[in-house]
Ligand binder design. Structure first.
Ligand code: BEZ
Ligand code: FE
Length: 296
């Protein structure tokens, strides 16, 4: 009997660690899963080597991720918040919805969207308690044709910087939320209050991370919009107020320059009466361009 040379190339060596571990996925039947895991391993190993990670530092990282998982439940998703403050949510969003110069740009959805926003009539008020504001807009496709009957789902924080779900019992149910149906010309309008900047939740591990690194937790003032229609790619975006602080340091990197608008001051008793608003009020117009997609 002769001893055959044995292949020991899979034995762990720090110098070739990424190559060895990535190869352990070579048999994965799903090629995309194989690609993602191999790349994840290469980048993770490069990170450990680049910073010379100590055992205690890795243990601290594991403790942090464990605490992050423990803060997740049916209403709180701390891992998404972590992805948000690391800019990964915005990167995935931007890569999958690249700006094409024609469609309205997208941004993160965030954790405060409700799947069952209250249906409202065009021109309705979605909430109270701040500087009165009229929002108007028109949904068109990239050829300029109106998207009649488009659904425009809107939600925002109140004048103190809180979403309704953060103050249960203190504010009306579904305050500052509304689901509108655009008219035959794709136009929509609603009454609201001028949004205020606000902090993302900081009572969990992500808040501790921000404090430990001297980062603030604020998002620039914005109104969320999700625009959908049959045959159209759903757009999830924000409308940002140009007089808000934090436009250039948004805690989740959600600001895109093309989404910043002036909330103009209007002093016109006739128009105020027409829209059912006190005078003066503020007005912002936000035309929305969406992409038609066959089969959607
Ligand atoms: C928001 O805009 O509602 C939001 C987005 C990301 C993290 C937290 C809040
Ligand atoms: Fe928000």
């Amino acid at each position: 009997m002769t001893d055959r040379p044995r292949d020991l190339s899979g034995i762990f060596e720090a110098e070739r660690s990424a190559e060895i571990v990535a190869a352990s996925f070579d048999g994965a039947p799903d090629p995309r899963l194989r690609e993602i895991l191999a790349s994840l391993v290469r980048h993770a190993h490069a990170f450990v080597k680049e910073v010379g990670l100590t055992g205690e530092e890795w243990a601290e990282g594991i403790r942090f991720l464990t605490a992050t998982g423990r803060r997740c439940d049916a209403t709180r998703q701390e891992f998404i918040l972590l992805s948000d403050v690391l800019g990964v949510s915005m990167l995935v969003e931007s890569l999958n919805n690249p700006a094409d110069g024609r469609c309205t740009e997208s941004t993160v959805e965030g954790p405060f969207h409700l799947v069952d926003s209250p249906e409202r009539e065009l021109g309705d008020a979605i909430g109270e308690g701040g500087e009165p504001c009229l929002v108007t807009g028109r949904v068109t496709d990239t050829s300029g044709a109106p998207v009649a009957g488009a659904r425009v789902d809107v939600w925002q924080a109140d004048a103190d910087g809180f979403y309704d779900v953060q103050r249960p019992g203190e504010v009306p149910d579904r305050n500052l939320r509304g689901l509108f149906t655009a008219d035959g010309d794709g136009e929509f309008r609603f009454r609201t209050v001028v949004p205020r900047h606000y902090p993302i939740p900081t009572d969990g591990p992500v808040g501790a991370l921000l404090r430990a690194t001297g980062r603030h937790a604020n998002r620039a003032a914005h109104i969320h919009l999700q625009v959908s229609a049959p045959g159209v790619r759903t757009l999830t975006t924000h409308l940002f107020a140009d007089d808000s602080p934090y436009l250039d340091s948004d805690a989740v990197f959600g600001v895109k320059a093309s989404l910043i608008r002036t909330f103009a001051r209007v002093d016109d008793p006739g128009r105020a009466a027409e829209y059912g608003l006190p005078n003066p009020f503020r007005h912002v117009d936000f035309p929305v361009t969406v992409r038609r997609e066959p089969g959607m």
